[in-house]
Design a protein around this ligand. Structure first.
Ligand SMILES: *Cc1c(COP(=O)(O)O)cnc(C)c1O
Length: 402
C-alpha cells in the first residue's frame, strides 16, 4: 500500500464523517470495485465479502448477465411511472408467478416499502373481507424482529434503539416471543388480521425457530383466518438453501415479502406476493410508488431471478452452507458459544462482543458484520466455492483461536 493511497482512504473516511449523517458505523474499508465474492478497496486490497450486502448480492457482485441487462434496458426506457404501462412489468409478474406459484404481485423498491405494503393490504383485507370493525385491525409480530426502518415498522420493533426518539408510534401491533406458537394462539383476537414473521430471524443474530414452528403457526393462522405474512427479504431467494425459507417446513404463507437479492444488488426492487383474493382489496389509487415496477428495475430483477435458477444457486447455498458450517464447527475456541445456520446464512455466536473480531477479520481480508452484538454473521454470495470457504475458514480459525 502506498502512502498516497492510505492518505486517500483517510480523506474519504473524513469526508464521509464530516458531511454524512452518522446513522451507520461501517468498518473502515473503502471499496471501489467488486466481482463475484470479492471486493477491492481503493488501495487494491482484496476482501472476501461475507455479508453480501445483507444478502442483496446473492448472485455475486456485478454479475455480468445482470449488468448486461441493466445497460441494455437503460438504453431503452428506465421509468414510465405506473400512469402508463411498460413492457417489462408484465414479464416480471409472469416470472414471479411461475417461480413462486403466488397469483399476484405488487412491486415496490425498498424492503421497508414492501413491508408497509403488506401491512396495508393485511389491514384492508381485515376490514373488507374478514369484517374487522373499522380502525381495530391488529397485526401480531415477534420480539427481536427486523422489518425495516419506517416509523410504522419501528413502531413494532422490540429494539429500544430503533424506537428511541422516533415516537409517536403507529398503533395496532402486538409483540409476542419468537419461536413460540402457543403465544401466537393466545395473542389472536377476532380483530387480528395478520401475523408477520421472519422464518429465520436474521438481524436478531440468525435465530432459527424450533422445528415445526412455521407449520404450527400456519395452522393457527388458517384456523383463525389470520394472514400468515413471511418477511423473506433477507432469508429468501436461496439464502437458506431453499428458494424461500418457509419451504423448509413445506408450508405456503398467504403473503410473501421479498426484496434485496430480487435485483442482484444492482437496483432496489421489492415485491409483495399474495393471492388474487387478498390483492382484490386494492383498487386504483389505494397504494402506489413512482419507481415501483419501473422497466429498468423489472428487467434487472428478471435477469437476477434467471441467474439464481440457471446457476443453481439455491442448491449451491445448501451444499456450500453445509460445508461451511461443518468446517466452522471444527474451530475450537473458548470464545465461541455456538455456530448455527441454514444454507449460507451462518451465525458464529461469541461469548463477548463480535465487533473486535470483525475488525480483526477485516485485517485478514474477510468482511463480516456483527449482528446483535455477539454474533458474527457469515452470508457470502451464493456463488462462493469450496476453495474460498477453505480460505475463509483458515482466517476465521486464526482470529478466533488466537
Ligand atoms: C433488509 C430487511 C428489511 C428492510 O429492507 P430495506 O430494503 O433495507 O428497506 C426488511 N426485512 C428484513 C427481514 C430485512 O432483512
Amino acid at each position: 500500500m502506498s502512502v498516497l493511497e492510505a492518505t486517500q482512504t483517510q480523506e474519504l473516511i473524513e469526508l464521509e464523517n464530516r458531511f454524512g449523517a452518522h446513522n451507520y458505523h461501517p468498518l473502515d474499508v473503502v471499496i471501489e470495485r467488486a466481482e463475484g465474492v470479492w471486493v477491492y478497496d481503493i488501495e487494491g486490497k482484496r476482501y472476501l465479502d461475507c455479508l453480501a450486502s445483507y444478502s442483496a448480492v446473492n448472485q455475486g457482485h456485478c454479475h455480468p448477465r445482470i449488468l448486461a441487462t441493466l445497460i441494455e434496458q437503460a438504453h431503452k426506457v428506465t421509468l414510465t411511472s405506473r400512469a402508463f404501462r411498460n413492457d417489462q412489468l408484465p414479464l416480471l409478474y409472469r416470472d414471479l408467478h411461475e417461480l413462486t406459484g403466488f397469483e399476484m404481485a405488487l412491486p415496490m423498491n425498498s424492503g421497508a416499502e414492501a413491508v408497509e405494503t403488506a401491512v396495508k393490504v393485511a389491514r384492508k383485507w381485515g376490514y373488507k373481507v374478514k369484517g374487522i370493525p373499522d380502525g381495530k385491525a391488529e397485526i401480531v409480530v415477534c420480539e427481536n424482529n427486523f422489518h425495516g426502518r419506517t416509523v410504522s415498522i419501528v413502531s413494532f420493533s422490540s429494539d429500544a434503539q430503533y424506537r428511541d426518539g422516533f415516537g409517536p408510534f403507529t398503533p395496532g401491533f402486538k409483540i409476542i416471543p419468537y419461536g413460540n406458537s402457543r403465544a401466537l394462539a393466545e395473542a389472536i383476537t377476532p380483530n387480528t388480521c395478520a401475523f408477520l414473521v421472519e422464518p429465520i430471524q436474521g438481524e436478531a443474530g440468525i435465530i432459527i425457530p424450533p422445528a415445526g414452528y412455521l407449520k404450527e403457526v400456519a395452522k393457527i393462522c388458517r384456523e383463525h383466518r389470520v394472514l400468515l405474512m413471511c418477511d423473506e427479504i433477507q432469508s429468501g431467494l436461496g439464502r437458506t438453501g431453499e428458494l424461500f425459507a418457509y419451504m423448509h417446513e413445506g408450508i405456503t404463507p398467504d403473503v410473501l415479502i421479498i426484496g434485496k437479492a430480487l435485483a442482484g444488488g444492482f437496483y432496489p426492487v421489492s415485491a409483495v406476493l399474495a393471492s388474487a383474493e387478498i390483492f382484490g382489496v386494492f383498487h386504483p389509487g389505494d397504494h402506489g410508488s413512482t419507481f415501483g415496477g419501473n422497466p429498468l428495475g423489472c428487467a434487472v430483477a428478471r435477469t437476477a431471478l434467471r441467474v439464481l435458477i440457471e446457476e443453481d444457486l439455491v442448491k449451491r447455498s445448501a451444499l456450500m452452507g453445509e460445508y461451511f458450517i461443518y468446517h466452522l464447527r471444527t474451530i475450537h475456541s473458548p470464545k465461541v458459544k455456538e455456530v448455527r445456520g441454514k444454507g449460507l446464512w451462518i451465525g458464529i455466536e461469541l461469548h463477548s462482543a463480535a465487533r473486535p473480531y470483525c475488525e480483526a477479520l477485516k485485517d485478514e481480508g474477510l468482511l463480516c458484520k456483527e449482528t446483535h452484538d455477539r454474533v458474527i454473521r457469515i452470508a457470502p454470495p451464493l456463488t462462493i466455492r469450496k476453495e474460498e470457504i477453505d480460505w475463509a475458514c483458515d482466517r476465521i480459525r486464526k482470529v478466533l483461536e488466537s
